[in-house]
Design a protein around this ligand. Structure first.
Ligand code: GAR
Length: 220
């Protein structure tokens, strides 16, 4: 029998991805348990979401740590004390140091609101709209020591329309984030993710040759 994955979720804000993970667990689409939710901001709405579901929470204010490593060490201690196996970054807006990444090798996932490696960093949806690309989306990846450059696990693609704003595009992408993040975690829990250098090989992924998106369409 596959063991439930023990998750530690790091957040900084609204926590809608956290909510999607909680919902997936409650609906038995995801066989995991959230051991702790940690926020670097005391006013993060995600803390309320966690409490509503009886999940332990911790606030670690990054401004109170003298260095990035000192902050990260507090996080490491909390996660280890709760026996967290997989660390989930869900809208966690702090860069993690190599110290943190080495404490959980290939056991940290992040979700990013773009098709990496395009549009890494911050204010991603705004930059995407301004650039004028036809498609964007979201990426769940493993975290390595390079920001937004870890091996990709799963991506979802959405169209970008001429009248899109940062807000409308963010909402379209967020919908898909909520679908792919629980799935990525479930694949991890089932032992189906294998890191081979830069690539994550997913057991049973197969191929769909016909999966092509063209926008605007070739006809019409
Ligand atoms: C999400 O769009 C997530 O992809 C993004 O922050 C938002 C958090 O929303 N993360 C990053 O930009 C990480 N660099 P949420 O708090 O409602 O889950």
């Amino acid at each position: 029998m596959v063991q439930k994955v023990h998750l530690g979720v790091l957040i900084s804000g609204g926590g809608t991805n956290l909510q999607a993970i909680i919902d997936a667990i409650e609906q038995k689409r995801l066989d995991a348990t959230i051991r702790v939710v940690v926020s670097n901001r005391g006013d993060a709405n995600g803390l309320v979401r966690a409490k509503n579901h009886g999940i332990p929470t911790e606030v670690v204010d990054h401004r109170k740590s003298p260095t990035r490593e000192a902050f990260d060490q507090v996080l490491i201690d909390i996660l280890n004390a709760r026996q967290v196996e997989l660390v989930i970054l869900a809208g966690f807006m702090r860069l993690l140091s190599p110290l943190f990444v080495r404490a959980f090798p290939n056991r940290i996932m992040n979700i990013h609101p773009a098709l990496l490696p395009a549009f890494p960093g911050l204010h991603v949806q705004r930059k995407t709209v301004e650039y004028g690309v036809r498609f964007s989306g979201c990426t769940v990846h493993l975290v390595n020591e390079e920001c937004d450059q870890g091996p990709v696990i799963i991506q979802a693609v959405v169209p970008v329309f001429p009248d899109d704003t940062e807000k409308s595009l963010s909402a379209r992408i967020l919908n898909e984030e909520h679908r792919i993040y629980p799935r990525a975690i479930q694949l991890y829990g089932e032992g189906r993710l294998h890191v081979m250098g830069r690539k994550v090989v997913v057991d049973g992924m197969g191929k769909e040759e016909g999966q092509v998106l063209i926008w605007p369409p070739l006809k019409g």
